[in-house]
Design a protein. Sequence first.
Length: 299
Amino acid sequence: VPAAWQRPYLNIFKHFRVEEWKRSAKEGDVASLTDTRLKGTVYRIRGSNPASSYLQLPRAGTQSLGLTGRYFYLLFRPLPCKHFLVHLDVTTEDNQVVRISFSNLFKEFKSTATWLQFPFVCGAANEDTAPRGEELRATGAAPADVRWTCLVLDLPSILSLYLNRRYGHLRGVKLCSNLLVKNLCTSDLLFEPGVTFSEARLGDLSSRGVAPMPRELAFPVPRGERWHDLYDYIRFPSEGSKVPHNCIQKSFPSPVAGESDLVEEPSGQLTQVTLSRAVSDRLSLVHRLTSPKAVSAPW
């Protein structure tokens, strides 16, 4: 259970005052910029190869963020025509440190007892019009029109599905080039982008552990526009997943809106979550790249 200071969510960049570089570290070409479209500060991390530049929290590897929220949110945009890399270090209940990495450099899923490597498939802005058979793109450099993305990682489910381990806390984050990053956040709430606070109240989403994206973390949506027409939303593992998938990619529209999904809790129990129409319209099955290697299913 998160400490009171982590509820209902923790704005990581704000809490750790990343701009002061006292509790965070940077290496190489890392700069803060004002993004006119997002109406705020973003951090650009770029380099000749993904490991050459990075933004790291906490500053020292011997320290720990100690964040216990179930969901990790990354609001970012891969730099067009480039490769990027992200590392998350998490600690299990029995104090084993596991690194979760994802990158569009990785060609296939790889796993050891202490390291999970997931390919990340960068979607293009016009992907919704692509023929159905072309939904799953090969991993590789981000397309020229890659969008700002809200990536939601269910950390307890990742450890349970892939390593049969129980989640303790988020120890550290290392954002390597080539990325633009707006913010990081942890929470036990599942935030639904594009849902207003009034819609959330009318739909009684809070009773199901679902909430609108906090205003200080949200991407702006101009009047008359729809969030999902402007940005990408990726939740991993995918909604209702009981079998490990092995790449992180955008979901595609499902034929049924307003459907209920069974979401697996780390305990193995299934919890029913009814997603709003705005988000259900975006759901679909996530196809596999290859069969996971050296992974034991929790059963």
